[in-house]
Design a protein around this ligand. Structure first.
Ligand code: S3P
Length: 165
């Protein structure tokens, strides 16, 4: 079976939905950020601080390619993984891509106490608004689009499974 690839802005629930989706379909689930942390042996904030975002993006592309090549798994990605055209092409070639969405208000609420996302440092609400504006439309390439706002996890999983099987 092909991969199922979840994309979407930070806080849209990719990891939670991906785990539940994989369980429901009897598939393996791998989170790209977790795979990066594992192979780098340090946290994402530590990678950003020590080597910067460009280095993180290089590792992200490399690990994404490896996970997609393994096949037959649900791969959940970081919100910025779609910023490279090369990554989008790989996702489209080796998987069915599902984009998760939530309103700006909902995302700010979900992320307001977050400390593990370097791109939100300096004020979650301001950073979410700025990044959402900068990234407008970047998830539109995905053939399956799901709005998660106000929906239960089981409803979201059902909405996806009915479109991929
Ligand atoms: C990022 C999102 C994060 C993580 C990193 C950068 C982004 O993943 O990859 O902090 O650029 O949007 P989540 O979307 O899982 O928070």
């Amino acid at each position: 079976m092909t991969n199922l690839v979840l994309v979407g802005f930070m806080g849209t629930g990719k990891t939670t939905v991906g785990a539940a989706l994989a369980a429901s379909l009897g598939m393996k689930h791998t989170d790209l950020d977790d795979a990066i942390v594992e192979s780098e042996g340090r946290s994402i904030p530590e990678i950003f601080t020590a080597q910067g975002e460009a280095y993180f993006r290089d590792v992200e592309t490399k690990r994404l390619a490896q996970l997609l090549a393994e096949g037959s798994q649900v791969v959940t990605t970081g919100g910025g993984a779609v910023l490279r055209k090369q990554n989008v092409e790989m996702m489209m070639e080796h998987g069915i891509v599902i984009a998760l969405h939530a309103t700006e208000e909902e995302l700010i609420k979900r992320l307001e106490n977050d400390t593990g996302r370097p791109l939100l440092a300096g004020g979650v609400a301001t950073r979410v608004k700025t990044l959402m504006a900068e990234r407008a439309g970047v998830y539109d390439f995905a053939p399956i689009q799901v709005d998660t706002t106000g929906k239960s996890l089981s409803d979201i999983v059902l909405e996806i499974t009915t479109q991929v099987v």
